[in-house]
Ligand binder design. Structure first.
Ligand SMILES: Nc1nc2c(ncn2[C@@H]2O[C@H](COP(=O)(O)OP(=O)(O)OP(=O)(O)O)[C@@H](O)[C@H]2O)c(=O)[nH]1
Ligand SMILES: [Mg+2]
Length: 788
């Protein structure tokens, strides 16, 4: 059963729906039991197979009669034309899936860092995640990126899925080791093992790659026939029976290993579960005794350890061949938390609890208008009701509640605790806003916010004619509401759009044309620079500001202590890398996140934001400032909004007095793989483009691996690979170069690398944040900005 909660382009849906699919009806009247809900996401580096796995889940859960493919542009979740053309996911799609007696709200997220906002908001609303790894590549740059995003939103429980085991060069062992080497988790725990082939001869040659799975917990073997249909077989519970089992031919290498894999699993789990430890101690001293333990004796410990994040359960398979999908769904149901497990306030679970929900995504549909996707954190949301947007202190009217099917939406009367759905009719709500019941709502605190990643690039937008300006502006503002990582700004009469990268801006451009049909050209793309605080004397800058209200002169005072952040101090992402504190040292929310616009501090925050977004010295956004608001004083007869102008002006005077500070620009981390013969040219080119080579043969990116003592890592032979050129043995030696470089210098790197590597080079990029630039580069940047 399926609902899709993404509706942008819905008018195009019929056209883009795969012809071959047969959508089964959604069984709507399922009794709501929040303990059976699993709000979870598939997350990974680009191209790891998230969308393919989603499609496989839909097939196995009987929603689709045949799976689509990203390669032919026919999957259910990648339905935007831009996604289908490029074969990549651009926005998250949430799909309710019925599996056994669970309901999964499964969110398929994009892997490309340019669409990091989608991962950010998905991380905010899920209770658990399945992180995929391409078993040929192991942990990749963006695997670590999504891992950190999940950490930030405190999504503790995760399952790792080692995908693409059918591919030549895939390795279960190397992938497990890369989890330790990259310090993702100290205790990855293999619950299933791949069977490359049931034929011992083929097994050593790794043909066909993956033919079955051993489920070490349920003690079963899954065997897939040539058409991909599985049969499940119980494994014998004694060692002698196991050795004689006709499931495997007598000389199959895996058989002798199965007992030790099961023993390792249970012993490792017992290290984090005292009662399992006691159980194991009580077993007879016979190797077979570990086999006699039933699933029901193991699962509760496994679940508790996953919920506490003491272990990282590892599953494996091939999404493409639908191998391992059902086991994954079983374990998602068994191990990942329900909304009840993660709710720390027991009152929120009561049926009459006050309503509280988070808008985690906003979409636009030509026919229906604004659609807001919400997750209910307490109480029940009813259709035709009013709610209060606590973040913006605005009343909103709910006209309809919907669960969206792939082709059709279904209206529902209510969305109960823990559920995820779409709301029609909200006028002001943006991604990240908290909505509550109107009664008593004004005292409600906001749920934790969703923070857009910092903008890395901008582009000027030039409307075709004067008459096009207004439609272009409103299209941009609408787009920014659906995607908060798009920021629109007018600077010196020029319309600028900021985004997360070149691909992100390219998608913005095509959405403006295709969805909003406005007339414009994009100007030059530019990376987003930042200015730090200068070192001039600011002690004499006045904290008093005067203006006229109704013909009378009035004075306001905003006392600010301003300094640059120390190198080891972290900036606040909500303030674009600055830190802003109240007089008592608490973090101050930015202006638009204050619950009460009449709060003087909300107005001060607005004023500070305005100066921070455009420095009086360079017009660049300011970063790494530490500001404490010590004193706020204004005439009683004036509205607090006068404080916005005052704080903006006072901070501007301070920044001007400090003088122009160092400039920063976004850097990226590159992993470049080329033939030995091209290494020299690649390094030379990096040098010419202000790059810095970190490692010339980067086998281990981060040598300080988690110690794998006690962790069961299957031997290499267990997951043999075909065609694998083990490092250093291939005919054409490949070398991996790790480097840092300014993003601005690498915008055309795919073309450049193709030229210098004879078309054989590959590279990956990951954002490395902002770095200070040299004085020569400062001059270049100021010239580029027309400031010199
Ligand atoms: N051999 C093999 N190929 C796979 C498997 N899963 C996915 N692929 C292929 O890998 C490519 C990427 O798959 P996607 O499902 O689009 O990957 P994704 O993680 O959704 O990618 P983004 O959404 O763009 O981050 C496609 O060409 C798939 O056919 C697998 O299990 N085995
Ligand atoms: Mg995808």
């Amino acid at each position: 059963m399926v609902t899709r909660l993404v509706v942008v382009f819905r008018r195009d849906l019929q056209r883009w729906l795969p012809q071959r699919s047969c959508y089964r009806p959604y069984a709507t009247q399922v009794k709501h039991d929040p303990s059976k809900l699993r709000n979870m996401a598939f997350m990974a580096h680009i191209d790891s197979g998230k969308t393919t796995l989603t499609e496989s889940v839909l097939l196995q859960s009987q929603y689709l009669s045949s799976a689509g493919s990203v390669d032919t542009g026919s999957t259910t979740t990648d339905f935007l034309p831009a996604e289908r053309e490029r074969g990549i996911t651009i926005q998250s799609a949430s799909i309710p899936v019925r599996w056994k007696d669970w309901t999964f709200n499964l969110i398929d997220t994009p892997g490309h860092a340019d669409f990091g906002m989608e991962v950010e908001s998905a991380s905010r609303v899920v209770d658990g995640a399945v992180v995929l790894i391409d078993a040929v590549e192991g942990v990749e740059a963006q695997t670590k990126g999504v891992w950190r995003q999940l950490d930030r939103y405190d999504v503790k429980s995760r399952i790792l899925f080692l995908n693409k085991l059918d591919r030549a060069g895939a390795s279960f062992r190397t992938s497990m080791l890369s989890v330790l080497a990259n310090r993702l988790h100290p205790r990855p725990m293999a619950l299933t093992l791949p069977i490359a082939s049931f034929d011992p001869q083929d097994y050593t040659r790794a043909e066909p790659g993956i033919q079955g799975l051993v489920d070490l917990v349920n003690w079963e073997v899954w065997k897939y026939d040539a058409g991909g249909a599985p049969s499940v077989h119980a494994l014998p519970r004694t060692l002698s029976e196991l050795e004689q089992s006709d499931l495997f031919p007598p000389s199959h290498p895996l058989v002798s290993h199965l007992l030790s894999a099961r023993v390792s699993l249970l012993d490792n789990l017992a290290q984090v579960s005292e009662s399992l430890f006691e159980t194991l101690l009580g077993l007879p001293e016979d190797p077979s005794s570990y086999l006699s333990l039933q699933t029901s004796d193991i699962l509760p410990h496994l679940r508790a350890a996953t919920l506490r994040n003491d272990i990282l359960p590892v599953l494996c398979g091939s999404a493409f061949k639908h191998i391992g999908t059902e086991l994954l769904m079983n374990y998602v149901g068994e191990l990942l938390p329900s909304p009840v497990d993660v709710e720390t306030n027991p009152k929120a679970l009561a049926p009459n609890a006050p309503l509280r929900m988070l808008a985690w995504k906003v979409g636009w549909d030509k026919r229906k208008g604004w659609m807001t996707f919400v997750r209910v954190y307490s109480g029940t949301l009813k259709s035709q009701s009013s709610v209060l947007n606590a973040t913006q202190n605005q009343r909103e009217k709910i006209s309809k509640l919907q669960l969206l099917y792939a082709a059709e939406a279904q209206d529902v009367d209510s969305l109960p605790f823990g559920s995820v759905g779409a709301v029609l009719g909200l006028k002001y709500t943006r991604t990240g806003d908290t909505l509550v019941a109107v009664a008593g709502g004004s005292n409600a605190s906001s749920l934790r916010d969703i923070v857009p990643p910092p903008a890395m690039m901008s582009v000027s937008v030039i409307p075709h004619s004067h008459a096009d300006l207004e439609p272009v502006e409103s299209a941009l503002n609408a787009l920014a509401r659906t995607d908060p990582s798009v920021r629109v700004e007018t600077q010196e009469g020029q319309l600028l759009v900021h985004g997360l990268g070149a691909l992100h801006l390219e998608i913005v451009e095509s959405r403006l044309r295709d969805e909003w049909k406005v007339n414009f050209e994009f100007g030059r793309r530019r990376v987003s620079f930042r200015e730090c605080l200068g070192t001039g004397d600011i002690s004499g800058v006045s904290d008093v500001w005067s203006t006229e209200i109704g013909g009378h002169g009035v004075q306001m005072q905003v006392g600010l202590s301003v300094r640059a952040l120390e190198d080891d101090e972290e900036g606040d992402p909500l303030w674009d890398g600055n830190v802003v504190l109240t007089a008592d040292g608490k973090r101050m929310p930015p202006g638009d996140l204050h619950a009460d616009v009449n709060d003087p501090l909300a107005q001060v925050a607005r004023g500070l934001s305005s100066t921070l977004s455009s420095s009086p010295n360079t017009t660049l956004a300011l970063s790494r400032l530490h500001i404490q608001v010590n004193k706020v004083d204004f005439p009683k007869e004036a509205h607090p909004s006068v404080l916005a102008g005052a704080s903006s002006a006072i901070l501007r005077n301070i920044v001007r007095a400090a003088g122009q500070g160092d400039l920063m620009e976004p850097y990226i981390r590159l992993k470049i793989t080329v033939d030995e013969a091209s290494v020299g040219r690649v390094v030379e080119d990096l040098g010419e483009h202000s790059g810095e080579v970190l490692d010339l043969d980067a086998a281990d990116e981060e040598p300080e691996s988690f110690v794998d003592e006690g962790t069961y890592i299957p031997p290499q032979w267990l997951s043999p690979s075909t065609g694998k050129a083990a490092k250093g043995t291939s005919a054409r030696m490949k070398r991996t170069i790790l480097a840092l470089a300014p993003l601005s210098q690498m915008l055309d790197y795919s073309t450049r690398l193709r030229a210098i590597s004879g078309g054989h080079g590959l590279f990956q990029m990951a954002n490395e944040g902002f770095r200070r630039v040299s004085s020569t580069r400062t001059v270049e940047i100021l010239q580029e900005l027309g400031r010199m």
